[in-house]
Design a protein around this ligand. Structure first.
Ligand SMILES: [Zn+2]
Ligand SMILES: [Zn+2]
Length: 125
């Protein structure tokens, strides 16, 4: 597959039998429908997302891309609770493209969010 952002080739990496495509150039990650949630459930985000977050932030600005599978324009999405996580999603196959560092961030932030909720709970008393 060809990376929708930098046009470099992608390679398949596997974690807990979940296959994702990682770009050999910008290290962005292409996930098929639901693979992002599965990866999160297995805690594999940090293991497959090995790219430089600084490079990922540069590619985050490129947000008008076509789906590398269906070749239709992808929709720009923002994570429901974490507005700094911006990714692109295909309206046809529901695949999603994450820039380097974003999945890793999602993983780490989840723990922070949980801790924040805990503190918020205590303050209510
Ligand atoms: Zn790329
Ligand atoms: Zn698609």
């Amino acid at each position: 597959m060809q990376c929708p952002k930098c046009q470099a080739a992608t390679q398949t990496v596997e974690y807990a039998s979940i296959e994702v495509d990682r770009c050999t150039g910008c290290k962005g990650l292409w996930l098929d429908n639901l693979e992002a949630e599965e990866l999160r459930a297995f805690g594999g985000g940090a293991l497959v997302d090995t790219g430089d977050a600084g490079v990922g932030r540069q590619y985050d600005r490129i947000d008008r891309i076509d789906c590398p599978v269906c070749h239709v324009p992808m929709i720009r999405m923002v994570h429901a609770r974490q507005s700094h996580i911006r990714f692109e999603s295909c309206p046809v196959c529901y695949g999603a493209f994450f820039d380097a560092g974003e999945l890793r961030d999602l993983q780490e932030e989840t723990v922070v969010d949980w801790f924040r909720d805990l503190i918020a709970g205590e303050r209510k008393l």
